[in-house]
Design a binder for this molecule. Structure first.
Ligand code: NAP
Length: 250
């Protein structure tokens, strides 16, 4: 079992993260499903994976908090072994509003959950993966968003800007660690059917907007998960610092 690849999926209990955890488990990875507060969905998913013969653990950790991130990675060290794949997926959205109505608390909450969290998890992954630190190399896939390009005006410019930061993180970090056995890439999903749109205050948002999507429909979490898996696999071995858009042509 020692050579089994170990993948950490932040926010792995629901939505895109859950679909990602399933596909990694299906391909033989030991999976750490991180979640913040929804124990039930993370636990149900873990049971499903285990029932199908996969190996996984669930770890509650708020990845916007440094101590929680340290505990998450230490738990994986102890229970699964050296991490080889990090999928930075955990993210949040706040209700739709114009920037002029946003207060500092909202903006900072978005930035710590969507940006600081990715930085902290990247840091802990690199300490373990980098050949500079005696590691075996590894792969990081960041989940950004098509919003990084659209800017999400009138809805959530704060969220869009947080994803723009992830695009820049992906580029800079990929170059920083390229010679140390680590690839860093990014997916940028468009409108994907998950609970997140309800958090933005409009559960039916995709139905309203799907006519502007060239493929005329929203995407499925599984369609994003396939791309994440490909970027983490050896099939994409010459790709680093790249962005893969999954927006149905938008
Ligand atoms: P989702 O269904 O709302 O799930 C979000 C997941 O993130 C949940 O598992 C949640 O944990 C976890 N999470 C949030 N904050 C966390 C924190 N501080 N620490 C640990 N876990 C945390 O969202 P989703 O649509 O799958 O989104 C996943 C990623 O895709 C996000 O980065 C999002 O920005 C990005 N994305 C989504 C879309 C879309 O249309 N859905 C489009 C572009 C990009 P709990 O289950 O414990 O609450």
């Amino acid at each position: 079992m020692n050579h089994q690849k170990v993948a950490i999926i932040t926010g792995g209990g629901r939505g895109i993260g859950a679909a990602t955890a399933k596909i990694f488990a299906h391909h033989g990875h030991a999976v750490c499903i991180n979640y913040k507060s929804n124990f039930a969905s993370a636990n149900d998913l873990a049971q499903e994976i285990t029932t199908q013969g996969g190996r996984c653990i669930t770890v509650q950790a708020d990845v916007s908090l440094e101590d929680d991130v340290l505990r998450l990675f230490e738990t994986v060290d102890q229970q699964l072994g050296a991490v080889s794949v990090l999928v930075n997926n955990a993210g949040i959205l706040k209700p739709q509003m114009r920037l002029e109505d946003m207060n500092a608390d909202r903006i900072n909450t978005i930035l710590t959950n969507n940006v600081t969290s990715y930085f902290l998890c990247c840091r802990e992954a690199i300490k373990r993966m980098s050949t500079r630190h005696g590691g075996q190399g590894g792969v990081i896939v960041n989940v950004s968003s098509g919003a990084a390009r659209s800017g999400a005006p009138h809805e959530y410019v704060d969220y869009a800007a947080s994803k723009g930061a992830i695009d820049t993180l992906t580029k800079g970090l990929s170059l920083e660690v390229a010679a140390e056995g680590i690839r860093v890439n990014c997916v940028r999903p468009g409108f994907i059917y998950t609970d997140m749109h309800a958090d933005g205050g409009e559960p039916e948002r995709i139905e309203r907007l799907k006519s502007v999507i060239p493929l005329q429909r929203g995407g499925l979490p599984e369609e994003v998960a396939e791309a994440i898996y490909w970027l983490a696999s050896e099939k994409s071995s010459f790709s680093t610092g790249n962005y893969l858009d999954l927006t149905g042509g938008l």
